[in-house]
Design a protein around this ligand. Structure first.
Ligand SMILES: *[C@@H]1O[C@H](CO)[C@@H](O)[C@H](O)[C@H]1NC(C)=O
Ligand SMILES: *[C@@H]1O[C@H](CO)[C@@H](O)[C@H](O)[C@H]1NC(C)=O
Length: 377
């Protein structure tokens, strides 16, 4: 060391400086590097974005070049999903007294003559909704207002039929529904029929208006009964049966005039065919019943218990195959098809005829109407 010259001293100092410089630059490098790692995800993101942009541009170019092909052969629509992505569950219902028919028409511009098909996919079932009607225009308006969007969210091919009873003789819901079934089949070979009271509005769109392997009862509860089933075996209000199930039980009885009994009669028919009634869960099968007084012309049917006692004996002869009616008009309005039927006239003829015990078979019955119609089978 003693030999170290001043030059040597300078060199030694320089060595320290070099060391110091090196360590400082290492520190500086570490600092910049960590800064970059923070920044880098953003950079990767922009990079992938450009990639995606490039891809979609390529897709566009592809689609432009393949457009002529597509125009020649339109891509077939796929079947709608089992659970529609449009369902909302329980929805708030409104019953505004200011609601007008034209409002409901403009809300549903995809509906034509009461019929609708989902635009993006092929519906899983084609469903005819049959609503027996007389003098309930306000209820009908509320129902149409809620039912059209409800059915569209379920992605169904459907049509709404109002079966209007002509005249003012006692109402006969069941016979109107028989006539509605036969009339609707003249338009289209529907898979499924929903027999729907005009004053019941569904609250939850998971309550699917489609048919099952067994007849389905959709009104588990309504606000008027605290959302409980009215009684065990109740099969009224809104029910769903396939074309075949309804044919198998020979439809409804035609003999229930006035309120009550016809739905229990249908249940007996279903049970006689060894079919089982299915229902949606309680939280789904919920309805709001719009308030009304009992209509005149639809008084309680005092004869219903007696009639129910003979269902087993008469169901083969009393039903779809013996329903005599006359179609007075079929009006195809924007939101529904209005089928007006006279179900009384021929009934009176039948009574007259049968009371004389002669020539009952000469009457024009549903069977004949059925076999003469375009949907005859
Ligand atoms: C059920 O709800 C409807 C509509 O809000 C109302 O008109 C009717 O009175 C209610 N019925 C009962 C029993 O609460
Ligand atoms: C159905 O048509 C009949 C006969 O034109 C008419 O009297 C009735 O008011 C109509 N009903 C509905 C709900 O449009």
């Amino acid at each position: 060391m003693g030999f170290c010259s001043p030059v040597c001293k300078i060199l030694r100092r320089a060595k320290y400086f070099v060391l110091l410089f090196l360590s400082l630059s290492v520190l500086a490098w570490i600092a910049t590097f960590s800064g970059e790692t923070v920044k880098s995800p953003q950079e990767t993101l922009t990079a992938t974005e450009t990639l995606v942009k490039g891809d979609s541009l390529r897709d566009k170019l592809n689609s432009w070049t393949t457009t002529p092909d597509r125009a020649n052969t339109p891509t077939p629509k796929g079947k709608c999903l089992k659970e529609s992505p449009l369902l909302q569950g329980s929805v708030k219902l409104s019953f505004e007294s200011s609601l007008k028919l034209k409002d409901v028409v403009s809300e549903n511009d995809a509906v034509a003559e009461g019929e609708y098909e989902p635009p993006g996919c092929v519906a899983r079932q084609s469903v005819a909704i049959l609503i027996p009607h007389r003098n309930r225009e306000r209820h009908l308006l509320y129902l149409l207002h809620h039912l059209h969007p409800f059915l569209q969210r379920q992605q169904l091919h459907y049509a709404i039929y109002i079966i209007q009873q002509a005249g003012d003789k006692t109402f006969n819901r069941a016979k109107l529904l028989n006539a509605g079934y036969l009339e609707a089949l003249k338009d289209y070979n529907w898979d499924c029929f929903i027999f729907h009271d005009v004053d019941l509005v569904p609250e939850n769109d998971h309550n699917l208006y489609v048919c099952d392997k067994q007849p389905k009862h959709l009104v588990v509860g309504r606000n008027a009964t605290g959302y409980k089933l009215r009684y065990k075996g109740y099969f009224g209000g809104v029910t769903a049966m396939t074309k075949e199930q309804f044919l198998k039980v020979n439809g409804f009885s035609n003999t229930y005039w006035g309120w009550g009994g016809e739905d229990d009669d249908l249940r007996i028919r279903v049970e006689l065919q060894k079919m089982m009634i299915v229902r949606p869960p309680t939280d789904v099968g919920r309805y709001t019943m719009v308030f009304h007084k009992r209509d005149s012309g639809n008084e309680i049917n005092k004869d219903r218990m007696r009639l129910l006692g003979r269902t087993r004996q008469v169901w083969r002869k009393d039903g779809l195959n013996s329903c005599s009616y006359k179609t007075l008009s079929v009006e195809r309005l924007p939101l529904y098809v209005n089928v007006t039927v006279d179900i009384v006239l021929l009934e009176l003829e039948e009574e007259l005829c049968c009371s004389s015990r002669r020539h009952c078979i000469t009457l024009r019955t549903c069977t004949q109407i059925f076999h003469n119609g375009p949907a005859a089978r």
